[in-house]
Structure formats: C-alpha cells, structure tokens
Design a protein around this ligand. Structure first.
Ligand code: 5RP
Length: 234
C-alpha cells in the first residue's frame, strides 16, 4: 500500500521573488545595456542576469547597492549620463495597481529609480503577488526630501490627511545615495496617481515622490503560487 503524496508547500515570498527575477531575463535585450532597479526582488534578477552577462553590454544602475552587486558579478555598470536611452528597465515595487502605477522607494532609491525609468522605453516591474493593490496608499509612501525642508513637507502632508515620519537608520535620519532624507507617509489613498505626483513634486524641497505615475510599468511579472502572471498595461 502506498501513502498519498505530501502536498507541495506553497512557495515562500523569497521563492516568488526569485521566480520573477528569472522570468525578467526574457525582457533583457541581448547586445544592449539594461536598466537595473534596487531591492530584494531586483537582487534575484541581478543574480540571474549574471548567467547571461556575456550577452549584454552592461547595466545602468539605480543605487550604490545594485551597482556593487552588479560589479561583484562581473557586469559592467555605466553612468546614466553616458547613455541616451535604454530599451528596458527592470525594477521591483512596493505597490502596483491595475494600471501599472506604483509606489516605490522602500529601499530609499526612488530618485535614481525614477531617473533610470525615465530614460527607458519599457519598465518591467517584478513583484510577488502581495504587491498588487486596487488603490495605492496602504504602503507608507516614501518621499525624498532636502533635509532643511523636512518639517515643512511633513506639515504639508498633514494638510492632506497624511502622517509623515522621517525614516531612520541606526537611530539617525537615513541619508540616501543623493545625500537627502526620506519621509514615509501613511494615511493616504492615492486615487489619482498622476495628479498626486504632479502636485507633490512641486512642493519646495521635495526631490522625488515615490508615486510612479509618469514612469509607470509597461509590464508586471507577478509571482504567484501558481507561477508567473504577466500583466500588461496599455
Ligand atoms: C527600492 C524600491 C524597491 O523596488 C521596492 O522597495 C521593492 O523592494 P523589494 O523587492 O525588496 O520588495 O523601490 O527603492
């Protein structure tokens, strides 16, 4: 008599990230330079990209952390200013909605991420299924701010009903790769990502708001327990 096979355990979040990191290789254009984001999901992509490093010219990176990882794996990293346009930018998200709008910046790299996304023809978002939302705003919205404007920006968010806090690291305000601070804002429901991004971007002292409206995703590879789901946005 044989005993029934044990049920396959559901993939962990880490496995889902690795799955979409590998799937993103299909979007890398051979012979070209690829835009690379930041975060734990992108780290899986970078590790997978190492397997095809001889088929690409190199990468433009959105953070010191990603640059270090790419170089350690033997992938050449170019300055964004050296490259006019990239075919594709691959990055994670903290939230993505059904139109490809995202909240990003959980890893404090939002400004450079927006720059590399802006110079790319296509943004391929890689995320596990927990990141898909109906309306942006449950994840605390990161905003990169010039230090002398932090209190003022916090007061401006309070007028919109948001509660903003300076992000800390080791008990001190976190300093980004660009030498600025991050405020994380809770209590917002962002129903008009493009309008919201435009408004907050105009506040004095705001470097970048973590709503990716203009730089929204073209495609999202979503890691689910039944495999990679591809969402395409018009
Ligand atoms: C970094 C980001 C990341 O893409 C975002 O925080 C998702 O990270 P992870 O893949 O670790 O969940 O915007 O600034």
């Amino acid at each position: 008599m044989t005993s029934p096979a044990a049920p396959t355990p559901a993939p962990t979040q880490d496995e889902l990230k690795a799955q979409v990191g590998r799937a993103a290789l299909d979007y890398v254009v051979k012979g070209e330079i690829v835009g690379v984001g930041t975060g734990s999901t992108v780290n899986k992509f970078i590790d997978a990209l190492a397997g095809m490093k001889d088929e690409i010219r190199g990468a433009v990176s959105s953070s010191v952390a990603s640059t270090d990882r790419l170089r350690a794996l033997g992938i050449e990293v170019f300055d964004a200013n050296e490259i006019e346009e990239l075919a594709v930018y691959i990055d994670g998200a903290d939230e993505i909605d059904g139109r490809g709008y995202m909240i990003k910046g959980g890893g404090a790299a939002l400004t450079r991420e927006k720059i590399v996304a802006a110079q790319s023809r296509r943004f391929v978002c890689i995320a596990d299924s927990s990141k898909l939302v109906n309306t942006l705003g449950a994840f605390p919205l990161p905003v990169e701010v010039i230090p002398m404007a932090v209190r003022r920006v916090i007061r401006q968010f309070a007028r919109l009903g948001g509660i903003a806090q300076v992000r800390e690291k080791d008990g001190l305000p976190l300093v980004t790769d660009n030498g600025q601070h991050i405020v994380d804002v809770t209590g917002l429901r962002i129903t008009d990502p493009l309008g919201f991004e435009t408004e907050v971007n105009q506040w004095a002292g705001v470097v970048t708001v973590g709503v990716f409206g203009r730089q929204r995703a073209s495609v999202c590879l979503l890691g689910t327990s039944s495999g990679v789901r591809t969402l395409r946005f018009g």
